[in-house]
Design a protein around this ligand. Structure first.
Ligand SMILES: *Cc1c(COP(=O)(O)O)cnc(C)c1O
Length: 221
């Protein structure tokens, strides 16, 4: 059996049943994705609009495509017809554009709000205050073609697992707080997207329900 199939089956077998796996296939060719598809993988994550769209065109249509990378508002229109979850929403402006494009296609697009949890300041995301004010805004509440279904976060890129754990637990505590707020038509928190190849086991211990794994499946980029 190929390395990709082997890696994927091994990782899947070890995941708790409540945790969903996104196979992060950025930079890898369609042939590699097909190998993962052939052992049952149906959720793929990409971080660039053009690359994701090209792969979507070439791959079977029962795949769920997740946008995990920073998304510019002017590119939403290219993925709106087919994207199933956007992990990286970090502004009301972007959410407004996703809502507008989703409406054109008469669909509802699920979104996660990306929260800045890393101590390093290179990563995108909302802070807690911005998150609360977005969720409290009338513009957000009036949207009809998006649904915020949870949060996404990335820990600092470091070997210090104590720090990574602190950051994951911080995101989990924000998620738990949000989960106590009443559900609305635009807000139904059920997904906590955290954990990548190097830290997903820790992320799961800290409450992750969706892990984004690339290099442990496809190899180092
Ligand atoms: C690339 C990427 C991943 C996967 O990283 P690996 O270390 O290859 O598992 C997860 N999340 C985001 C946002 C990424 O850009």
């Amino acid at each position: 059996m190929s390395i990709i199939k082997n890696n994927l089956l091994e990782i899947k077998a070890a995941l708790p049943p409540h945790v969903t796996l996104v196979a992060v296939s950025k930079t890898w060719p369609v042939e590699d994705l097909i190998e993962a598809y052939n052992v049952g993988q149906r959720i793929f994550g990409e971080n660039k609009v053009q690359e994701m769209t090209q792969k979507w065109e070439h791959m079977p249509k029962d795949i769920q495509w997740h946008m995990i990378g920073h998304l510019q508002s002017n590119k939403v229109k290219y993925i709106a017809p087919y994207v199933s979850l956007v992990h990286s929403v970090d502004s009301l402006k972007l959410l407004t554009e996703i809502n507008r494009q989703a409406k054109r296609y008469r669909k509802v697009i699920d979104c996660l709000l990306q929260v800045h949890i890393a101590e390093e300041d290179t990563k995108f995301g909302l802070n807690e205050e911005e998150l609360q004010s977005l969720l409290a805004s009338e513009e957000f509440k009036a949207m009809e073609n998006i649904r915020v279904t949870g949060l996404m976060g990335m820990a600092t890129f470091t070997d210090d697992m104590e720090q990574v754990k602190r950051e994951f637990l911080h995101l989990k505590s924000i998620f738990d707080k949000l989960s106590e707020q009443p559900e609305t038509s635009t807000f139904k928190p059920e997904t906590l997207s955290m954990g990548m190849s190097g830290d997903y086991q820790l992320a799961i211990e800290c409450g992750s329900t969706l892990v984004r794994i690339g290099s442990s499946i496809f190899g180092t980029r």
